[in-house]
Design a protein. Sequence first.
Length: 183
Amino acid sequence: MLQTMTQNWWAWLIRGVLAIIFGVIAFFQPTAAAFALVLVFGVYAILDGLLNIWASLSGATEHRVWYVIWGIVSIIAGIIAFVNPILTALTLVTVIGIWAIITGIIEIIAAIRLRDEIQGEFWLILSGILSVIFGVIITARPVIGALTVVFLIAIYAVLFGIALVAFSFRLKSLGERMPPVRA
């Protein structure tokens, strides 16, 4: 496996460079990146829906109706993503915000209940408070929340790309020191 990886070090380099380019574009064009992500979700949702309907019709399953319903809901979600991408992005961010608020409250309650059993429950309370604050902010300002998610993806892509580029050069170096493979 290492031999194959070292021979194809350039593929890792290309992946890294593409990730860096994507991250930079997403950072400087966050609205376009958010729009692209919503469209990718739309394509996925429609394909997922069609595959669920196909699976329900092509196979004998006792849950056929649920697969059809699941497929129809997915297709509708995908169509909404194409027809109104802004609504889709804001709805997704709002769902994430509500999830963060609920999980934050649960973390705080769990920490209070565990207070007699563990030490350092403060950290769980703090994580709960941070989750609630994050959830309130992005629910109150979903546009800012959507752009924040894009910026986080951009930062991740750049760091991921840098790591892959470094890894590709490490593979190249290893390949240069490895003995030739006999056929």
